[in-house]
Design a binder for this molecule. Structure first.
Ligand code: PRF
Length: 376
């Protein structure tokens, strides 16, 4: 992987950069649509490519391991071939999904025993097994196996957990070094900073993560229920420590406003289920605030879904029509809303990039944050 910084904003820590892997170029800041089970829910690959046009999408080790199972992905020649996606893919390690299983898992030094949400069967993930699984899934960027701590989190638990995440990281690296690429292209490994909402732990974790000299670094354990201000404070501390010449990925974040604020703090990559999940619940993001399309007030509003027209659905269909689709529980409603939201998220990060390159990101960000902080 090759990472090239192109421009840094004079009034913030925002950066524009380019990342090149064997599956092509990724222009940052980037938002990665989430395709948990080899599908970005509600959007087929051609539409995703042609309308939303992301350089990279995300998949989940936990889900793919349980279904379709790794053996099937190997037979297919990897996840790219299996799902018909020839651009970049990043896989999360399962650290977060396992955390989300709260009652159905046991975390120990050796690894995590967990119960499948599909059939209740028991499985075990270790740093070593998760590296092998990610080799076989074959994403371009693969993540360390970590423990994502909950919020709030007791200081001593957060500290112990952080150290375990660091020991797991050493095991991930040792094992990866012994495990060749399964397919004919390179994979880049990103370690993950933890440390809950404690500045000293965050700093210590970032120093440890930076010391392993990976080609990119991630920040986990945020956007788990803490106030936005606490999240920003942690991102700031961590970005001060992580190397400038490597991409920084903030995992599972967030709202459009969270994304702009974290770009300003030096984050290059984001992923979140919010645009896709909220779309399926009838919540639309726009440059002027959020819309609950199920609301009766849209019943006879025949104006376009979004005058900005980022994707074709925005101008082709009216709010009244989309509201009707939700009221009638039609699949198409969720599909249209998903295309709209993903189109908007990708527009937002591309605009951010343009403004970083033009040198007026901070001014633009202030206007956008104010503008988007509304319910329409
Ligand atoms: N760890 C991993 N994946 C994640 C997170 C984490 O802490 C988060 C936290 N918001 C999202 N996805 N491995």
């Amino acid at each position: 992987m090759k990472f090239t910084l192109q421009h840094t904003d004079p009034k913030s820590k925002a950066r524009a950069a380019e990342l090149i892997t064997d599956h092509g170029k990724i222009e940052t800041p980037i938002f990665m649509p989430v395709g948990t089970v080899a599908s970005v829910k509600g959007v087929h690959q051609r539409e995703l490519k042609e309308e939303i046009n992301p350089d990279i999408i995300l998949g989940n080790t936990y889900h793919l391991y349980l279904r379709p199972k790794i053996e099937i992905l190997k037979q297919a020649g990897g996840l790219h071939k299996f799902m018909g996606w020839d651009r970049n893919i990043l896989t999360d390690s399962g650290g977060y999904q396992v955390y989300s299983l709260s009652g159905n898992r046991k975390i120990k030094e050796e690894g995590v025993k967990f119960k499948s949400h599909i059939d209740g069967s028991y499985h075990f993930f270790s740093p070593e097994s998760v590296m092998e699984i990610q080799r076989d899934i074959g994403a371009d960027i693969i993540m360390a196996f970590d423990e994502c701590t909950p919020y709030p989190c007791d200081y001593n638990y957060a500290k112990r957990s952080m150290h375990m995440t660091h020991r797991w990281l050493d095991r991930c690296i040792r094992h990866l070094d012994k495990t060749p690429f399964t397919y004919g292209y390179e994979q880049t490994f990103f370690p993950i900073v933890q440390g809950s909402t404690y500045k000293d732990l965050r700093r210590q974790s970032a120093e440890y993560i930076a010391s392993v000299g990976a080609e990119g670094n991630a920040i986990g354990g945020l956007s788990v229920g803490e106030p936005a201000e606490e999240m920003y404070a942690m991102t700031e501390v961590v970005c001060e420590v992580l190397p400038e010449d490597k991409p920084r990925y903030l995992m599972g974040v967030g709202t459009p406003i969270n994304i702009l604020e974290n770009i300003a703090l030096g984050i290059d990559m984001f992923d979140c289920v919010m645009p896709t999940r909220n779309a399926r619940n009838g919540m639309l993001f726009t440059a002027h605030g959020t819309i609950n399309i199920k609301n009766k007030k849209w019943e006879n509003d025949f104006s376009p879904i979004d005058e900005m027209g980022t994707t074709f659905v925005d101008l082709e269909y009216s709010k009244a029509y989309l509201r009707h689709l939700f009221a009638a529980n039609e699949y198409l409603g969720k599909q249209i809303a998903t295309i709209h939201n993903l189109g908007f998220y990708l527009w937002l990060v591309r605009e951010a990039r343009k403004h970083i390159l033009a040198g007026d990101f901070s001014e633009w960000k202030s206007i956008m944050v104010k503008q988007m902080d509304k319910r329409l």
